[in-house]
Design a protein around this ligand. Sequence first.
Ligand SMILES: Nc1ncnc2c1ncn2[C@@H]1O[C@H](COP(=O)(O)OP(=O)(O)OP(=O)(O)O)[C@@H](O)[C@H]1O
Ligand SMILES: [Mg+2]
Ligand SMILES: [Zn+2]
Length: 252
Amino acid sequence: MLKDFPAPKEQAVCPICNGTGWKPAGNSRVTRCDCRMQARSQTLLVSARIPKRYEHCELSNFEFDGPYRDLATARLAACRFVEEYPLDSTGLLLTGSIGVGKTHLAVGVIRELILGKGISCLFYDYRELLKQIQNSYNDSVKTTELEVLRPVFEAEVLVLDELGAVKPTEWVWDTVSLILNTRYNDNRTTIITTNFDDKPAAAVSGLRGASREETLGDRIGERMRSRIHEMCRIVRMEGQDFRQTLRSASFR
Ligand SMILES: Nc1ncnc2c1ncn2[C@@H]1O[C@H](COP(=O)(O)OP(=O)(O)OP(=O)(O)O)[C@@H](O)[C@H]1O
Ligand SMILES: [Mg+2]
Ligand SMILES: [Zn+2]
């Protein structure tokens, strides 16, 4: 249930609820005052740990009217996800090349869930998460592996950004499967972005060679790829690198 979030101290007493946090809702009932709802949203927004560089990312400022139909489809999938959650709690796997807006869309979704539905969300860059876990093995560091992982396990909705971006090792595979399997078993929703094509590992496809691009299967293993298919809807995003477009536009 909703926790009681105190109104920020510096603020004057709320004129609607006189600082009680409750306002009349007719028929001598009361309901949560907006001042407390806002305080809760702000708390959730801070604890989602959205990196500064993505703070501007919203569904409302995601452009999709270019030549790339994929972007409109992807945006629609993101909006639908927000609408249906939590009735439909299937996650999203956003795949596509560099700079097409995968992270933008993922952040837009959790921002909307936080502000519109009061859902607890968490953003984690895959590389950063693995680094923090590895760090926790260091004796001089005071945090334990579980302290790093607990919020990752417990967030209602987790964004795992750049899945596969760490060179695969046995430890990496074990750690990814611990995270995804725990969330899967607890029926929690995960939104994943990746640069790798959602295709089988070389060992499975039989395709090899220098020109072959690495796939998601190569990077996280086929078992985890198949787990993700159970947890997520696949959203393919094809388009230009938005950063390049921005840059060239500003030089005009
Ligand atoms: N369709 C879009 N509308 C508005 N801004 C966009 C769009 N696509 C990308 N951007 C902006 O361009 C920058 C790069 O986008 P983003 O980081 O989401 O791409 P990405 O697909 O996650 O790239 P990478 O594969 O490098 O992680 C961000 O600042 C983002 O806000
Ligand atoms: Mg990204
Ligand atoms: Zn109030």
